[in-house]
Design a protein around this ligand. Structure first.
Ligand code: DX5
Ligand code: ZN
Length: 226
């Protein structure tokens, strides 16, 4: 099933609770929560206290994208703050497998992300440990950037890797394939056709009419269901 995971980085933080209720009421499946540390990426966003406060108010699946160096330092904190799934960056960990194991042992689902310049081949040793692969379609660090066209080929490559490793591109035990950065109503169908099943969108959901934007995304997601 295709999922929409609106990125609250683009929300109005003065009205965050209200805006989360709008995407939830429209049927968004998850909420994408971008944590930035000013080291792995140039910017700083928000962290555990904000996540915990959202967790108290919503039953949505909390999809936490950690753009931080050595995320293994914060396993307990993200678990206790209510993350359902934590995605780490391959480039940010000195011990990738150990980091994945530590989150999983804490009872959190795990994803792994790669930056646009990192090849899909680095995923191979880890793919059986993952609930999700996140392909970045912009350089991580900021919302509102333009989608990088090279992403389509990378999504197809991940599905090929799944077919080799799992004997099937989709289904039970096969990680979700998420894509993040610059996705809008004009390119989302092509992103789904290339193999993504989990769509992150920040600006294209939260700028303008949030309910109308969410509904339009969800219509395309269900029309393009594989
Ligand atoms: C970028 C973040 C994204 C960002 C997407 O580093 O990981 O999740 O919020 O924003 P848009 O959809 O505006 O590109
Ligand atoms: Zn993100």
């Amino acid at each position: 099933m295709n999922w929409l995971s609106p990125s609250i980085l683009a929300a109005d933080f003065n009205r965050l609770g209200e805006q989360i209720k709008i995407v939830r009421a429209c049927g968004a499946h998850a909420l994408h929560f971008d944590v930035m540390d000013g080291l792995f990426v140039p910017s700083i966003s928000f962290g555990m206290p904000v996540l915990a406060s959202i967790r108290k108010e919503t039953d949505m699946f909390l999809d936490v994208h950690l753009m931080i160096r050595e995320p293994v330092r914060y396993v307990k904190e993200f678990k206790e703050s209510g993350a359902d799934l934590v995605t780490i960056h391959f480039e940010a960990c000195s011990d990738v497998a150990g980091t994945l194991r530590a989150f999983r042992a804490a009872g959190v689902k795990v994803g792994m992300s790669i930056r646009p310049e990192t090849p899909v081949s680095v995923l191979r040793p880890y793919v059986k440990m993952l609930d999700l692969v996140l392909i970045m379609s912009v350089n991580p660090g900021f919302g509102g950037q333009e989608f990088m066209e090279g992403t389509y080929d990378k999504l197809r490559e991940v599905r090929e890797l799944y077919a080799e490793v799992f004997g099937s591109e989709r289904g039970e035990g096969v990680p979700r394939l998420e894509v993040d950065g610059g996705i809008n109503l004009a390119n989302v169908a092509k992103v789904l056709a290339a193999g993504a099943d989990t769509i992150v969108a920040g600006s294209a959901v939260f700028r303008g009419d949030i309910a109308a934007n969410t509904q339009k995304f969800l219509t395309i997601l269900s029309d393009e269901e594989k």
